[in-house]
Design a protein around this ligand. Structure first.
Ligand SMILES: C[S@@+](CC[C@H](N)C(=O)[O-])C[C@H]1O[C@@H](n2cnc3c(N)ncnc32)[C@H](O)[C@@H]1O
Length: 282
């Protein structure tokens, strides 16, 4: 993968779409669609919301001279339901953005219900691993279609404290997927699939790996993350133990990170609020 410089101008149609991804992520995805995608498999966009990721990829692909067939090469999934928490980003839905590039983009809905066709996947963008159940569906449905030596996996929730299974999966898949690019500042990180991930590895219960494996997973993710993402990943480590209801371990990790490495950022405050609530309810 080329080194991304992010010094490109984005077209207005990409900038106009409200979204939860950063400008650098839009530039990365646009450049990927324009310069790197070869048409060996589909581009899958899991959790496209209002289309910021989808349109960035499709706008790049529309100008890609190396890829002949572009018809419905981007497949975007979302529930397309409006959650009140979205109001802080934008008032009222604008799902119609996804009609731009309708020749390139195919829309699908619930990842859990809409089965994948089994076609090869060249780029798997994941921004929908919001619960262990959806995460399991994504692994079962899409991972076996990645192309060894060619495909990329983009984890958009790499710096999010609420999705610690992303970090466990990254470490479980480390022998098969090489980290190649962390989008600078906030947001996602990208891996290349170098070897097929064995079925036995895909089947591992990512919510129940042992403590030393989990601690190493977060240590590894922090080591490959750019500076601004480290707090979110460290807070995700606390969250992993909260989800497992190992409250003592969660508290030790929380204090240890704050004593040794990190400032009391919003991620750590939020994770402690969840901790306090659950410990009080115990
Ligand atoms: C953080 S938002 C995505 C933001 C978006 N990628 C952007 O660039 O602005 C996560 C999305 O995942 C979607 N999602 C969650 N569970 C899903 C499921 N089971 N199937 C399809 N989409 C799902 C939600 O509807 C939501 O729009």
């Amino acid at each position: 993968m080329k080194i991304y410089k992010y010094n490109i101008e984005l077209v207005p149609e990409i900038l106009q779409i409200p979204g939860m991804i950063s400008i650098n992520e839009r530039k990365f995805l646009f450049q990927y669609g324009l310069e790197q995608y070869r048409g060996l498999g589909k581009i899958i966009d899991l959790g496209c919301w209002l289309g910021a990721t989808t349109i960035s990829l499709a706008a790049g692909l529309s100008k890609n001279l190396k890829c002949g067939e572009k018809n419905k090469n981007v497949v975007a999934y979302d529930l397309f339901t409006w959650d009140q928490s979205y109001n802080k980003h934008i008032k009222g839905s604008r799902f119609e953005n996804l009609k731009l590039y309708h020749n390139i983009v195919e829309i699908k809905r619930d990842i859990i219900k809409a089965r994948w066709t089994g076609e090869k996947i060249e780029f798997l963008l994941i921004d929908a691993m919001k619960t262990p159940v959806v995460t399991r569906a994504i692994i079962d449905e899409f991972y076996s279609c990645l192309i060894r030596g060619k495909s990329f996996v983009y984890h958009q929730d790499f710096d999010h404290y609420l999705t610690p299974w992303v970090h466990i999966l990254i470490y479980l898949h480390k022998p098969y997927c090489k980290h190649i690019h962390d989008v600078s500042r906030t947001g996602g990180t990208v891996f290349k699939v170098e070897k097929s991930i064995p079925k036995s590895v895909l089947e591992i219960d990512f919510m129940n790996v042992d403590e030393s494996f989990a601690d190493n997973a977060f240590k590894f993710c922090i080591s490959i993350a750019s500076e601004l993402k480290r707090n979110g990943i460290a807070a995700a480590q606390v969250m992993y133990y909260i989800y497992q209801r190992k409250f003592e371990k969660a508290f030790i990790v929380w204090t240890d990170h704050l004593l040794r490495n990190y400032e009391l950022s919003l991620d750590f405050i939020e994770v402690k609020k969840i901790f306090d609530k659950l410990v009080l309810l115990k």
